[in-house]
Design a protein around this ligand. Sequence first.
Ligand code: SIN
Length: 197
Amino acid sequence: MRTAVSADTLAANRRLARFDGHAEVWVFGYGSLIYKADFPYLERRPARIHGWTRRFWQGSHDHRGTPQAPGRVVTLVRERGAVCVGMAYRVTPDVFDHLDYREKNGYLRFVTELCFEDGGGAEGLVYIATTDNAAFLGPAPEHEIARHIAASEGPSGPNRDYLLHLAAALRELGADDPHVFAIERHLRALDEGVAAG
Ligand code: SIN
């Protein structure tokens, strides 16, 4: 696999956008940024972006696993016609010091069009771990992803908590995400010692 992007993207993001003098910026969250807003924001609104789908294909060396035993977290993958539901936050540019650090394990900032669930839209930023980053794990069957998540843990806690919090947050948003919900089902079946249908 090509690994043109380092597993540590902190410096790359800091070299990126200068925010063009904007006093406020929208950032779209589709993973832990939906349920864990550990940063100050001016406003948050459920939103969606088009042409991307959420996948548990990114390795986590620093939050839900370690470099020796990476966990699995979500990234976005291009898919024609796909819609990804998440949460948009209006923040001041200084918040990106924290976000760039938090998302440093392979994620780069990209500009995207956001559509708010209650109407209207805006341009914003989204952190995506592209397939050419060194921590990318790629696809695997959903039952294997569930096994991997069940066995992983990192400085931010058990990998299973990431999955379960994300699934609960998506349900709260009314989002249908067959990939996330299938992995959640497999994890719960593992807990019960049965195979998920
Ligand atoms: C995001 O939540 O938008 C990025 C991925 C993550 O931190 O889980």
